[in-house]
Design a protein around this ligand. Sequence first.
Ligand code: PHE
Length: 477
Amino acid sequence: MTRETWATRAGFILAAAGSAVGLGNIWRFPWVTADNGGSAFLLVYLAIVLLVGVPGLLGEFVLGRRGKKSPVGAFRDLSGSRTWGLWGVFYVVTAIALISFYSVVGGWILRYFGESALGLAGAQPAYFTEPGAYFGAASAGLDALGFHLLFLGLTAVVVYAGVRRGIELGTKVMMPAVLALLIGLAVWAGTRPGAAEAYAFYLSFDLATIRANFFDVLGPAAGQALFTLSLGAGTMITYASYIDEDRSLPFDGTVIAVLNTLVGVLAGLVVFPLLFSLGVDPSQTAPGPGALFVGLAGAFSQLPAGALVATAFFGVVVLAALSSSISMLEIPVSFLVDEYGLSRPQAVALVTVAVVVTGGICAINPTIAGVGVFGFVAGPLVDTLLTAGLAAVLVFVGWVMGRDAVTELRSGAGGVTDALATPWLLAAGVVLPIFLLFTLLTNFGVDASIGFWPTVGVAVLVAAAAFLGVRTDRSLV
Ligand code: PHE
């Protein structure tokens, strides 16, 4: 059986951008930003997207396009080592952890969408009256389980339809719709009273605040940057494995990162003015999974034509979430198809049944040893898995693929890439894994503020020295 490929170049870009743009941008980004001080967080986050996200994205692309397999096969075949192949299973596990909580949040969104659409018929959407209590009842338990199953079912249908007819076609419709609706909503939100305050909170960069808070926001900013770019989960490896032509990976990667950032910033331009117009100061509200639902639902309920705005908004979020969840489900599916020769329908069925159970546990959200399962999976677990996952990709690209990675990056790309390929490899192999290690440590509560700059400085020097060494050996460059 020949392996599936994308039908068009735009197909790959839109599918990968569709994976990146999701609940991470619209649900997670605004509250993580609010929680970490607004604009002070935003700048650090943007820097990490540029300096870590884009090179990281290229690492996954190079690995995927060269390997032409699911992460397991790609790691094994490119290294010739079974141990690296086993490491690939890590990404299958990460993907299952991701979709387990993601599909629960997707279920909440479906419910709010349905509720808002019902409200169009006349009666107010049920969540308008008591947003907090409504969310409390909807977010966990049997209801959440039911909507989780619905969302998972929709995801499975698209993945079942395959790379071209499902993922590519679906995201070609979803992505432009998401962008158009968000732009409309952001413009409209800008006309609300409170917009000026919101912009000040969100967009006024104050260097002193950034310096004072740098190490506090580092971990969350890095976690958010990886999550929103779908990095460290094997998604971009898998999607790049369906590319069958030589084209510029750096170009594609930049387009995807820019689109994704645009949507995140736009989501902030929608959410913050609405919150401020309600008199809600986002730095004061308890952030958390409910922030978007409770805050915005409250805002919508006070607006003329609130049900209509709410229907449009949650409609956008459903599409954005779906184009991400399919990219999570595709990782274990491609693993079963590539490694065990299952047919696509068999693989989709098997993985879906597994996630019915694992996601079901997140939906019911029992408390184990004092920790809620949902919050643990959606927060620390996923942050840690993604950070470790991307660090391993980069180490592999830098040390196992080495010059092959440079060749792969340059294939199909233009002159700028030729000049940047070697520095990229050294950043991937040395500087970025060290940076990711530090963010991992801060995730575990280690105070990394003392060793951070010296270590990064040494890493940059080592990389620069190695780069100069490589450059003088003309055969290599
Ligand atoms: N990037 C997606 C979002 O922002 C989430 C995601 C993470 C998707 C990892 C795939 C892999 O919603």
